[in-house]
Ligand binder design. Sequence first.
Ligand SMILES: [Zn+2]
Length: 95
Amino acid sequence: MVHCQACGITARNYGITFHRFPKNENKKCAWIDFVKKHKGLHEGQNFKCTTLCSQHFEESCFDKTSAMKVRLKPFSVPTIHVSRSKYLTLSLHYC
Ligand SMILES: [Zn+2]
């Protein structure tokens, strides 16, 4: 299942979209730095399968010209830290 590497959210709800790590090495490093800074990262992780959710990007990063798909503009980097505990609390509610 697709999930956000930074906050752990999995569901496609509340208008959240998921975005794969970029192929461009420089840009990818900026994304990885963001995840490392906020969450820690497993060494040797395969970033091809890793995504971040739209909560970590400024509104200005999104290209919403397509009605079908929300895309990130080129060279967008994640800047907004969302606490993972928010979602842990949600799941505990159902235990
Ligand atoms: Zn997230």
